[in-house]
Ligand binder design. Structure first.
Ligand code: PHE
Length: 339
C-alpha cells in the first residue's frame, strides 16, 4: 500500500484528485483505518509492532500528501503569475475624461477672480419667492418694469427666478455688517418665458455681484468690471458705462466692452460703435437697502449682473446660445482645456 501510493501521490497533477486520494487512503473506509481496526484479531505479541507500523505508514502518506499539495499550489501560483504578467512599457489606453461645461469654465474663472478679491460665493434657490425676485428688488406688484422679464410662475407667490438679483436681498438680510463689508458673487441659472432662438434661451446663467460698505462709489464698480474684462478676455479689452434703467439700481448702467470682432474699430457685429454690451449694473437703490434691513444713510454699494452665456458666445464666437443647452458632445468637447 505504502510504496504504490507514495508513487501515485507523486504523480498527482491537480488539487482535486489529491483531495480524492487523501479521503480514499486516510478516510474512515481507507485501508489504514481498516488495518488498525483489524488489530483486535491479532495476538497480543503481534499488536504493538503492527500498530506502530500502521501508524508510521499513515504518517508517511499524510506528510507526502501535504508535500504534494504544497507543490501543486505553488505551481498553480507560478502559472498564474506568468499568465498575469503585465507589460508596463505598453502605451496606455486613453480614458475619455469629462470636463466642466464651457459655461461652468467661465463661472469657475470668475469665482477664482472674485475669491482673490475677497468676495464670498453664494448660491440660492432657482424656485424663488415673488417677494425676493421682484418686491424686494423694488419691483412691486403691477410695476411696469416686471414686463422686462417674462416670468414662469408656479403659484401667485412662487416663480422660477428671472434673475440672480434676489440673492442681493438674501445676502444683505443675513450679512452681519459689524463683521465688515458685504462682498459677494452669486452664480446660477435663471429662467424667462422667452421663445428659444439664437439669442434667447428660456434658461440661462447669471452671475450676480454685490458690494455693500461705507463710501463705495461708481469708480469702484467700473474698476471691478475692468478687472473682469481683463481677466476673462485680455488686457486690451476696455469697459465703458452707459446710462440705463433697472428698478433696483440708481443710477443704473449698461457696461460695454471693446468689440471682439474688430477690436474697437467698428464693424457690423458692434453696429459700428466699437463696443459690445455685456452686462447690467448700478449703485444699489436706497429702497432695496431699506427693504433688506440696511440703513441707506450709512451704507451703499454697487451691484452687477453678468451673463456667462454671453461671455462664452463672445469669447468663442458661438452664434447660437441654444448650443450650450443641447448637450451635443461634438460641440462641448471643443472647449476641452486639453484641446
Ligand atoms: N438683474 C438684471 C437683469 O437680469 C441685471 C442687473 C443686476 C442689473 C444687478 C443691475 C444690477 O437684467
Amino acid at each position: 500500500i505504502r510504496d504504490n501510493h507514495l508513487k501515485a501521490i507523486e504523480e498527482l497533477s491537480d488539487l482535486k484528485s489529491l483531495e480524492d486520494l487523501r479521503v480514499k487512503l486516510l478516510g474512515k473506509k481507507g485501508p489504514i483505518t481498516q488495518a488498525l481496526r483489524g488489530m483486535k484479531d491479532l495476538s497480543a505479541e503481534e499488536r504493538p509492532a503492527f500498530g506502530q507500523f500502521a501508524n508510521q505508514v499513515r504518517d508517511q502518506l499524510q506528510s507526502k500528501l501535504e508535500n504534494r499539495r504544497d507543490q501543486l499550489k505553488q505551481a498553480a501560483l507560478n502559472r498564474q503569475l506568468v499568465q498575469e504578467k503585465i507589460d508596463v512599457t505598453l502605451p496606455g489606453t486613453p480614458v475619455a475624461q469629462g470636463q466642466p461645461h464651457v459655461i461652468q469654465q467661465i463661472i469657475d474663472q470668475l469665482e477664482d477672480l472674485f475669491i482673490g478679491l475677497g468676495y464670498q460665493i453664494l448660491t440660492g434657490p432657482e424656485v424663488e419667492e415673488d417677494r425676493y425676485n421682484f418686491e424686494m428688488m423694488n419691483l412691486p406688484k403691477d410695476h411696469p418694469a416686471r414686463d422686462m422679464q417674462d416670468t414662469f410662475y408656479i403659484t401667485n407667490e412662487i416663480l422660477m427666478r428671472t434673475q440672480t438679483s434676489p440673492m442681493q436681498a438674501r445676502a444683505m438680510e443675513t450679512h452681519d455688517f459689524s463683521q465688515g463689508p458685504l462682498k459677494m458673487i452669486s452664480p446660477g441659472v435663471v429662467y424667462r418665458r422667452d421663445t428659444d432662438d439664437p439669442t434667447h434661451s428660456h434658461q440661462f446663467h447669471q452671475v450676480e455681484g454685490l458690494v455693500i460698505d461705507k463710501h463705495i462709489t461708481m469708480a469702484d464698480l467700473k474698476g471691478t468690471l475692468q478687472l473682469v474684462a481683463h481677466e476673462l478676455f485680455g488686457d486690451r479689452f476696455d469697459v465703458r458705462l452707459r446710462p440705463s434703467y433697472f428698478p433696483f439700481t440708481e443710477p443704473s448702467v449698461e457696461a460695454d466692452i471693446t468689440c471682439f470682432n474688430c477690436g474697437g474699430k467698428g464693424c457690423a457685429v458692434c453696429k459700428y460703435t466699437g463696443w459690445i454690451e455685456v452686462l447690467g449694473a448700478g449703485m444699489v437703490h436706497p429702497n432695496v437697502l431699506k427693504m433688506a434691513g440696511v440703513d441707506p444713510e450709512v451704507y451703499g454699494g454697487f451691484a452687477f449682473g453678468m451673463g456667462p452665456d454671453r461671455f462664452a458666445m463672445l469669447k468663442y464666437g458661438v452664434d447660437d446660445i441654444r448650443n450650450f443647452y443641447l448637450n451635443d458632445e461634438r460641440f462641448l468637447t471643443q472647449f476641452s482645456k486639453k484641446g
